[in-house]
Ligand binder design. Structure first.
Ligand code: GCU
Length: 694
């Protein structure tokens, strides 16, 4: 073989080996590519090993199990194991097998890439964001796990009951997906009798607090998206035939108590007894073929009011079940532009809140949290609280019943909702029905609110009308409202024109600014109401036709100046000073012959910051003084809930040294330190508007 041959031979070998290497590498590459393609292609399908599968599970029981605190229950609150899962690898069906059960390797060769045994401990109830520093801003999947025993010697049914899980969750018991719920904030339960074992039940809960364009609420909110098992978790034992829930209310003429009792597993004609021992009232009724019993009985009750928060023991018994609650009775209605409590006109001296405790980070979840927060509202002289912007725990309305506070409860249909997504509507309807079924006996609740600052559109009207119809079919005894937006663009033009007219008569603006005002006026004349010194802001949002209380968020004295400054070039300082002087010349009204309510006004202040300008307590107090004058001059306005009682966490609020991811419009700071404006509002509530129901 010549050299060349040798070369040839070597060459051939070389080529062969290269071919093998190439085919091998090609093969590997092909496999990876195939997997890649497969996973890419199959990401569209469920069976790709790399696909992120969505967690499934059956819906929970369709109705709220009410009267929960009187039932035979075991609390599952306390220390749970906790895992973070930002890539959703824990979802059963995904490549890594899922984390729906507690597993440990049986030998040194078994590969399991998660462990609850070695996981961190976390407190339930409570958000996870403020329990682990690295999770403050976290918005994705986490896993909770604990074991519990059950006394299966008792016949009947076992239910897992959740006060609220934020925001989307799947419940696994002993490896079975027993429930899936989306929406957060509202209670749900599931009958787990079939899946329960006596010892070491393995309870695993997947929770995702990510929000998006189609969720309720959507991704962008001016409050913290606290995630996790934020409310109580319980194991409830009921007889096989049990009372699911019951509503009881006072008739409009205040002479009769009536209600409905919803049952499960009971037979037609089975007796149910409702008794109010303090009134020596006892009525026997029977189950109809739908499992519901109805009752109506004359009653001479002592009416509940903020001044006299009278509650009665109410007992409901059947052959096998017994539930109990403390319930008050009153009427709430509107008459023209007035609000009547127990038939008498009342002004709602209110304040808005978020569900955060005073002096502790994170979500409020206990009776004591709510008692401390609402007691501060009572100290303010309030008779009304707007529990914005979502359903609070059941403790909130119970505490309000006891303290004597009227309550506005709300679902988070907030800002930009995807009005045309049927799934989004179903989440909203579920939140509304669960909130109403949970709190329909809470005497303090007088307003159900279905929206906050949602732009007008036909899809928005259809979506909200559906929610309003749902509420009215469940509970016709309370007022329905929504915090409306005005026609901001048009309003700002009118405000700018009126400020310009007012500024020309004032020595606050410079001569150059007055020249700008003359220009603004010459352009505004044709489309601004007569500039005769008063500005009547009129709400025309068609949603006003569907609600009982026309509520409106306005920020005279805080937000409007920057917009007008940008439009006109006049300094914010001038505009703010003019605005505070001009506000008593403003009246707020609507085109509807209904009561009007100011559901938000306010200004930000860092507690302890004094002197001139925004963020000082002094400026915040000035805005409150001007707002009060404006509202008192507006005869259609029957109440207000200034924004807000306490500074609260918000990702929108990033100003270092002032906000530090907190919205600073509170009258107290996060530790309860009162600001100057607290006293301004307290003085007003103690003087005018203080006519309380006898
Ligand atoms: C809006 C909104 C609140 C928000 C407030 C503010 O009106 O309803 O959720 O926190 O204004 O700007 O502080």
């Amino acid at each position: 073989m010549n050299e060349r041959d040798g070369d040839n031979k070597n060459g051939v070998e070389l080529r062969v080996s290269m071919l093998i290497r190439k085919s091998l590498s090609f093969g590997i590459a092909a496999m990876v590519f195939a997997l890649g393609v497969a996973s890419y292609a199959d990401e569209e399908t469920e069976d790709s090993p790399f696909a992120i599968v969505s967690a499934e599970g059956p819906p929970p029981s369709p109705h709220v199990m009410g009267w929960i605190d009187s039932r035979n229950l075991e609390s599952l609150n306390g220390s749970w194991k906790f895992l973070v899962d930002p890539m959703q690898v824990g979802t059963p069906g995904s490549l890594f097998g899922g984390w729906a059960t507690t597993r440990a390797p049986e030998n040194a060769y078994q590969l399991i890439e998660y462990s609850y045994t070695d996981a961190v401990d976390i407190r339930v109830p409570g958000d996870f964001n403020t329990q682990l520093d690295e999770l403050l801003f976290y918005r994705d999947t986490v896993w909770y796990q604990r074991h519990f025993d059950a006394d299966l010697t008792q016949s009947g049914r076992y239910h897992l009951w959740f006060g609220g899980v934020n925001f989307e969750t799947t419940i696994y018991l002993n490896g079975h997906a027993v429930a899936h719920h989306s929406g957060g904030y509202v209670p749900f339960s599931v009958d787990v009798t079939e899946q329960l074992q006596a010892n070491q039940n393995d309870l695993v809960i997947r929770v995702n607090n990510r929000l998006g364009a189609d969720t309720i609420p959507t991704e962008r909110t001016d409050w913290w998206p606290y995630g996790g098992l934020t409310r109580d978790v319980m194991l409830v034992h009921t007889p096989s035939a049990f009372i699911v829930n019951a509503s009881i209310r006072l008739s409009d003429d205040r002479s009769t108590l009536s209600g409905n009792i919803k049952t499960s597993g009971m037979s037609l004609g089975e007796e149910v007894v409702i008794s109010l021992p303090e009134l020596n009232l006892r009525v026997v009724t029977a189950i109809d073929d739908s499992g519901t019993a109805r009752f109506s009985i004359p009653a001479d009750v002592e009416l509940w009011s903020p001044a006299t928060p009278r509650l009665y023991d109410v007992l409901i018994t059947s052959k096998s079940d017994r539930i109990y609650d403390r319930i008050g009775f009153r009427t709430i209605e509107t008459k023209g532009t007035r609000i009547l409590l127990n038939g008498e006109p009342i002004k709602l001296r209110g304040i808005s809140t978020h569900e955060e405790p005073i002096g502790r980070d994170g979500v409020a979840y206990s009776r004591s949290d709510m008692r401390e927060l609402f007691s501060e509202a009572k100290q303010l002289g309030a008779n009304f609280v707007r529990a914005a912007h979502y359903p609070y725990s059941r403790h909130a309305a119970k505490v309000a019943d006891e303290l004597g506070l009227l309550l506005w409860e709300e679902v988070p249909i907030y800002w930009n909702i995807n009005w045309q997504n049927p799934e989004t509507l179903e989440i909203a309807r579920d939140q509304v029905s669960r909130l109403v079924e949970r709190d329909w006996n809470r005497v303090s609740v007088v307003v159900w609110s279905v929206a906050n600052e949602t732009q007008f559109s036909q899809p928005r009207m259809a979506f909200l009308k559906r929610l309003i119809d749902d509420i009215r079919s469940l509970d016709s005894s309370r007022l329905i409202s929504a915090a409306l937006l005005g026609d901001t663009e048009r309003e700002l033009q009118h405000v700018a024109a009126h400020l310009a007219a007012y500024g020309l008569e004032s020595d606050i603006p410079s001569e150059a600014e007055k020249q700008i005002f003359r220009q603004v006026l010459s352009e505004a004349r044709e489309n601004t109401p007569e500039l005769h010194g008063r500005f009547n802001l009129v709400i025309t949002d068609p949603l006003g036709d569907l609600v009982d209380l026309v509520s409106y968020n306005e920020y005279f004295g805080w937000y409007y100046a920057p917009f007008i400054a940008n439009q006109t070039g006049v300094s914010e300082r001038t505009l703010r000073k003019l605005m505070l002087e001009f506000m008593p010349n403003v009246t707020l009204g609507s085109v509807f012959n209904k009561p009007m309510f100011i559901s938000e006004f306010g200004a930000g202040a860092k507690a302890g910051k004094r002197g001139e300008g925004v963020w000082t307590e002094d400026y915040q107090a000035e805005v409150y003084r001007a707002q009060i004058k404006m509202i008192v001059n507006s005869p259609q306005v029957q109440g207000m809930t200034p924004w807000i009682l306490k500074d609260f966490r918000a990702m929108l609020r990033t100003l270092g040294g002032i906000q530090d991811f907190r919205n600073r419009k509170g009258l107290i700071d996060e530790n309860g330190r009162r600001k100057e404006a607290f006293r301004v509002l307290q003085d007003f509530y103690a003087s005018e508007w203080s006519v309380e129901n006898p």
